[in-house]
Ligand binder design. Structure first.
Ligand SMILES: CC1CCN(C(=N)N)CC1
Ligand SMILES: CC1CCN(C(=N)N)CC1
Length: 327
């Protein structure tokens, strides 16, 4: 059946965690539509590494089975990563259940995961072709669930500093306004990738020639990383916006009024609210603020949580499409 869980932003909306029950043990995990491994903090890790974390204990699960000889190793865009061995267990997310799900048991995790004590690991929701388990690649939870879900979908409802929802198997139309705008997904990269080749600022004239013109929908990235042409076009309309090499991106006075950004999603313009683009102060006095829209020099563009805070997104694994609507 369908499954629905509340998600909760960490401080500053840095990442969004939701409960996952593995072999009867419920832990909070980071749902990441930009990767395809389900890995957890577990009792193999040292007590120092585990300090402050929840952990999965396979020995306490009557349904755990080791996958002998299987290993995983994953590194993320920010240089963080994890590696370890692999087993299977039953995974239940708000009622949506998969038996025999690959559970990747970290024996090594990078520092940023150790210090992020609220997160017990990641649940990857991109395409299984990106899964890192060897010698036999494993499937994501969503891939395994597809055949038994009422509808072959999961949805992301992320909010600024407030609880939202991840749902599997149904689209709750009370969570967004107007019709969902659907766009085909190109699965070649293994990401939820779509065409995005235009933008407009504050309702102004659209620019329709964004280089590369591709983007991915990525719940596991905090910000919205767009082509330099989008970033320059947007912040040219923000008084006092500067590229601040010291902090590593565009900043502006926290008092600035930020225009909305309209951005192309497969031919439909989606809106990212200006106040969602004011991400966080960089100083104690709250004078200078860091932009939620920043530049990426690589393709595809990465539309992360900043985009999701203004847009409800449905991921359709039945026909490989994305549905987007304001919320
Ligand atoms: C393309 C990159 C986007 C950020 N990542 C992620 N959410 N796991 C890594 C891949
Ligand atoms: C995909 C992302 C998840 C969160 N990350 C982290 N805690 N270091 C970065 C990678």
């Amino acid at each position: 059946g369908a499954g629905s869980v509340a998600n909760t932003p960490e401080a500053g909306d840095v990442e969004y965690l939701a409960p996952v029950t593995i072999g009867g043990q419920t832990v909070n995990m980071d749902f990441d539509s930009g990767s395809s491994d389900l890995w957890v903090f577990n009792t193999q890790l040292s007590l120092n590494t585990l300090s402050g974390h929840m952990a999965y204990n396979p020995a306490q699960s009557s349904t755990f089975q080791l996958l002998p000889g299987s290993t995983f190793s994953i590194s993320y865009g920010d240089g963080s990563g994890a590696a370890g061995n692999v087993g299977t267990d039953t995974v239940n997310i708000g009622g949506a259940t998969v038996t025999g799900q690959a559970i990747e048991l970290a024996t090594d995790v990078s520092t940023s995961f150790v210090t992020d004590t609220q997160s017990t690991g990641l649940i990857g929701l991109a395409f299984s072709k990106l899964n890192t388990v060897k010698p036999v690649q494993q499937k994501t939870f969503f891939d395994n669930a597809l055949a038994t879900l009422p509808e072959p979908v999961f949805t992301a409802d992320l909010r600024h500093n407030a609880a939202g929802t991840y749902e599997f198997g149904a689209i709750d139309s009370t969570k967004f306004s107007g019709p969902l705008a659907w766009t085909p997904v190109n699965t070649t990269s293994g990401f939820w990738q779509f065409t995005s080749q235009a933008f407009a600022v504050g309702g102004g004239a659209p620019s329709t020639s964004v280089p590369g013109g591709q983007a991915i929908a990525d719940t596991g990235t905090t910000l919205m990383l767009a082509d330099q042409s989008v970033v320059d076009g947007y912040y040219s309309q923000v008084q006092g916006a500067v590229n601040n090499a010291t902090v590593g991106g565009v900043t502006f006075p926290c008092s600035a009024t930020l225009p909305d950004l309209q951005i192309d999603v497969g031919g439909t313009m989606a809106t990212v609210r200006g106040d969602d683009i004011n991400f966080a102060p960089v100083d104690q006095t709250g004078t200078t603020c860091f932009g939620g829209l920043q530049a990426t020099t690589v393709q595809p563009q990465i539309y992360g949580d900043i985009f999701f805070k203004s847009n409800f997104v449905a991921f359709n694994g039945g026909n490989n499409s994305l549905g987007v609507a304001p919320h």
